[in-house]
Design a protein around this ligand. Structure first.
Ligand SMILES: Cc1ncc(C[n+]2csc(CCOP(=O)(O)OP(=O)(O)O)c2C)c(N)n1
Length: 315
């Protein structure tokens, strides 16, 4: 969790110092869910994320160097610096993202169906925000997953807000998990500020999916600390509320208190925190020394190679 927080801290710095361009969505406050996901999946399982994706990439085992280099738009990045923060793809680890809200679930559904066609025991996880669950693609994908009992797990990070719109005003149900039976899915709502219950719920959903018992929705509650994106004025939430929540809802503060209470030495925790900070600072320094992609290559990767549509039309 600490490494995730420090990773995002160097992303925040990159925006503040104008080294990263475009909207960057940080997940500070949501690290317990990221940590809960870590190590649960095999490389052959698919994970599909959203615009708020850094922690999920880390959890899926995407190497940090090309991940940060992509976010910093460098040639050494996952996608050669062509995609940037919202377009992170690592085919080797079956990790992908989409900024199209709701469609994360549709892409994951495709992975789940592919696993069914292959006949293996791979699963697909979609990690989405609460706003995603109010879209058509979410409802359609969940319906098909339930109808075909596909190995799909949807983890919803309910951080209470979709940009400036509160979840409580836009959902017909008080929770997202309670919608699960309508899709013949299992549903569970957990405290997403705590790793242990969140991990247990996701692990059980993965087991269900692998055993052919169909889809699940795990709703993990949390609170977004930063604005929707870096630069968002975030005037829709009261300053006092934000300040209070940044303490009471900080998974790192809660985890530290829990570890101290079971006798973990304070100096050991301090050392872990310092090491994480040093690691990410060094990573950023290294990335900043990497070149940008050659502008002459800007038109590469626009179309899939090996398919000349014009020629096919003519012939
Ligand atoms: C189809 C679509 N509609 C609208 C948007 C604009 N948009 C970007 S993020 C966002 C809100 C997403 O909220 P939520 O799913 O709760 O995720 P969070 O940002 O809280 O992680 C919206 C509406 C979009 N990217 N895609």
């Amino acid at each position: 969790m600490r490494r995730m927080r420090e990773f995002e801290e160097v992303c925040r710095l990159g925006v503040a110092e104008k080294q990263i361009h475009g909207e960057v969505h940080l997940a500070m406050g949501q690290e317990a869910i990221g940590a809960a996901l870590a190590g649960l999946l095999h490389d052959s399982d698919a994970m599909v994320s959203t615009h708020r994706n850094h922690l999920h990439a880390i959890a899926k085992g995407v190497p940090l160097y090309p991940l940060l280099a992509e976010i910093y738009e460098r040639e050494a990045g996952l996608c050669g610096g062509f995609g940037g923060h919202m377009h992170l793809f690592d085919p080797d680890r079956n990790f992908s993202t989409t900024g199209i809200v709701g469609s994360t679930v549709s892409v994951a559904l495709g992975h789940a169906y592919a696993a069914r066609l292959r006949g293996d025991d791979a699963v697909a996880i979609a990690v989405v925000g609460d706003g995603s669950t109010n879209t058509g693609p979410f409802a359609e994908s969940m319906n098909i997953a339930g109808a075909m009992r596909l190995p799909l797990v949807v983890v919803v990070e309910n951080n209470e807000w979709a940009i400036s719109v509160p979840f409580s005003e836009t959902s017909a149900t008080a929770t997202i998990a309670e919608r699960a039976p309508a899709y013949a899915a299992a549903g569970e709502r957990v405290n997403g500020l705590e790793v242990t219950p969140t991990r247990a719920a996701i692990a059980a959903a993965i087991e269900r999916a692998r055993a052919g018992e169909g889809p699940s929705i795990i709703e993990a509650t949390c609170y977004r600390f930063r604005g929707h994106y870096e630069g968002d004025l975030d005037l829709y939430r009261a300053e006092a509320e934000k300040q209070e929540r940044r303490v009471s809802h900080d998974p790192l503060v809660l985890a530290r208190a829990e570890l101290l209470s079971v006798g973990i030495d304070q100096r050991q925790l301090n050392r872990i925190e310092d090491e994480a900070k040093d690691e990410m600072t060094a990573l950023r320094t290294q990335v900043l020394n990497d070149p940008f992609p050659d502008p002459a290559t800007a038109r590469q990767h626009v179309f899939a190679s090996g398919l000349d549509i014009r020629t096919e039309e003519i012939s």
